[in-house]
Design a binder for this molecule. Structure first.
Ligand SMILES: Nc1ncnc2c1ncn2[C@@H]1O[C@H](COP(=O)(O)OP(=O)(O)OP(=O)(O)O)[C@@H](O)[C@H]1O
Ligand SMILES: CC(=O)N[C@H]1[C@@H]2OC[C@@H](O2)[C@@H](O)[C@@H]1O[C@H](C)C(=O)O
Length: 385
C-alpha cells in the first residue's frame, strides 16, 4: 500500500505560530511509519496573535468579533497548509488541531470537561480542496475524558520500545508527559500521560513583562541562566494543588497564564534577589523543571530509563540542563535522536490522528484522558480524495 501524504497543523498554548508538518504515513499501530517531508512554523499576523492571546486570557468579546477571529484563524491555517506543499507533491488529507482558546478540564470522574479550538475544518477543506479532520478533542470529552493529552497514542507507536521505559516530555506553553512502559501485552492500558503544569507559558509572559514586549521568549534560556533560582519560592509555588492532583489531569493558560504570573511576581516581593529579573526568570524556569520531576516521582511507578524532550522548550538549553541535574542518572535527550522531529512532533501527531480517523482507528487512550472508552477522534470535512 502507498503511504498517505498528510498535513498536520497545530497551534498550541504559546500561540507562537502554526506548526505545520507535511508527512508520509503508512502502517496502523506497531508498524506505523511517519516520514517528515517538510516542517515550518507559519506565523500568525501580529494583530491576530494579540487577539488570540487576549481571548485566551479571558477577554470578553462579542459573538461577531469571535466569528471574525475564527474566520481569520481558519484562513491562516489554510494558508499554512498551502505554503508547506510548495515544491512538493500535494497532500490528500489534513489534520488540523486548530487554536485552543479555552480549556475547562474535567473536575472529577463523571464531570464534563470542555475544550474550544478555533479554525473551522470545513473552511480549511474548502479553501485547500483537501479533506480536513478537525475538532479532535470533543469525542473524548463526550466520553467523559479530559480531551487531552491526545498525542500519547501517537507517541506510543512512534517512540515505544520493547525493553525500556521512556518518558516523552513535551515542553510547549504547557508541559505534558507520555509515560511508555516497555511494549508488552495490555501495553496500551499501562501507558500514562497528563499535563504536568507550566512549560514556557510563565517564562514567555515574564520575558514579555520585563522587556515591555520587545522579546517574547528567553532564547536558549540564556537570560535565566545568568540568574540563580530562589528555592524557597519554588517550594511555595510547588504547593499549588494542580501539582498534587493525581492523573488523569489537564490544564491550560486559564491556570498558568497572566493572572498566575502576576501572583508569582507578587510572591517574589517577599524574597531577596541579587540579580533582578534574571533570578526571577531562573526561579520560574526552575518551577517548570521541578514540577516535571515532582510529577514523575509522585505519579509514576518509578523513574523511566530515559527522557526524550520535544516542543519548543526542548531548545531551552538552561531548562534542559536543570532537568538533567534533577533527574540524576536518567539520560535526557530529544525525540530527534529517534528520528521524530522534536519541533514538529505535535503537528506530526495531528497528521497521524487524522490518518487514523480516516481509516477508522481510535486516537485516544482512556488510560491517559480518563475517557470511558476508545473513540474515533475528529470530524471529517469535505471529501476531495
Ligand atoms: N531557542 C529557544 N530557546 C528557548 N525557548 C524556545 C526556543 N524556541 C522555542 N522556545 C519556546 O518554545 C515555545 C513554543 O513551543 P511550542 O511551539 O512547542 O508550544 P505550543 O505548541 O504552542 O504549546 P503547547 O504544547 O502547550 O500546546 C516558545 O514560546 C518558547 O518559549
Ligand atoms: C486543550 C489543549 O489544547 N491542550 C494542549 C496544551 O498543550 C500541551 C498540553 O496542553 C496538551 O495536553 C494539549 O496538547 C497536546 C498537543 C495533546 O493533546 O497531546
Amino acid at each position: 500500500m502507498h503511504p498517505t501524504r498528510v498535513i498536520g497543523l497545530m497551534s498550541g498554548t504559546s500561540v507562537d505560530g502554526i506548526d505545520t508538518a507535511l508527512v508520509e504515513i503508512s502502517g496502523r499501530d506497531l508498524d506505523l511509519k511517519v516520514e517528515l517531508i517538510a516542517g515550518e512554523t507559519y506565523p500568525y499576523p501580529p494583530q491576530l496573535r494579540e487577539q488570540i492571546l487576549e481571548l485566551g486570557a479571558g477577554a470578553a468579546v462579542s459573538m461577531a468579533e469571535l466569528a471574525t477571529i475564527d474566520d481569520a484563524i481558519s484562513r491562516t491555517f489554510a494558508e499554512a497548509a498551502q505554503f508547506i506543499q510548495v515544491g512538493h507533491q500535494a497532500a490528500t488529507l489534513i489534520g488540523s488541531h486548530g487554536q485552543t482558546v479555552y480549556h475547562r478540564p474535567r473536575q472529577g470522574a463523571g464531570e464534563l470537561g470542555y475544550s474550544f479550538q478555533l479554525g473551522r475544518g470545513s473552511l480549511i477543506a474548502h479553501l485547500t480542496g483537501i479533506t480536513t479532520v478537525s475538532n479532535f478533542r470533543s469525542a473524548d470529552i463526550a466520553a467523559s475524558g479530559h480531551g487531552a493529552p491526545l498525542v500519547p497514542r501517537v507517541d506510543a507507536y512512534l517512540l515505544g520500545d520493547s525493553r525500556e521505559e521512556r518518558c516523552i516530555q513535551n515542553i510547549g506553553g504547557i508541559s505534558n508527559v507520555t509515560y511508555l512502559p516497555a511494549v508488552s501485552d495490555n501495553w496500551l492500558s499501562q501507558i500514562r500521560g497528563w499535563d504536568t503544569g507550566p512549560g514556557n507559558s510563565l517564562l514567555d509572559l515574564a520575558v514579555q513583562h520585563f522587556t515591555n514586549g520587545a522579546k517574547t521568549y528567553d532564547e536558549n534560556g540564556d537570560w535565566a541562566a545568568s540568574g540563580t533560582p530562589c528555592y524557597p519560592l519554588v517550594e511555595k509555588w510547588l504547593s499549588h494543588e494542580y501539582f498534587h492532583l493525581p492523573p488523569p489531569k489537564s490544564t491550560g493558560r486559564e491556570l498558568f497564564g497572566v493572572a498566575y504570573l502576576h501572583q508569582c511576581l507578587e510572591d517574589a516581593q517577599g524574597y531577596q534577589f541579587s540579580t533582578w529579573p534574571a533570578d526571577f526568570l531562573a526561579t520560574i524556569t526552575e518551577l517548570t523543571a521541578v514540577s516535571i520531576v515532582h510529577n514523575y516521582d509522585t505519579f509514576l511507578p518509578r523513574r523511566p530509563h530515559q527522557v526524550l524532550l520535544c516542543g519548543g522548550g526542548s531548545r531551552n538549553i538552561y531548562l534542559k540542563r536543570r532537568l538533567e541535574l534533577l533527574l540524576g542518572k536518567v539520560p535526557v535527550s530529544t525525540t530527534d535522536k529517534l528520528g521524530i522531529s522534536a519541533s514538529f512532533k505535535e503537528a506530526i501527531a495531528f497528521a497521524v490522528l487524522a490518518y487514523w480517523r480516516s481509516i477508522g482507528i481510535p486516537g485516544n487512550l482512556p488510560s491517559v484522558t480518563g475517557a470511558s472508552q476508545e473513540v474515533l477522534l475528529g470530524e471529517i470535512h469535505g471529501n476531495y480524495c
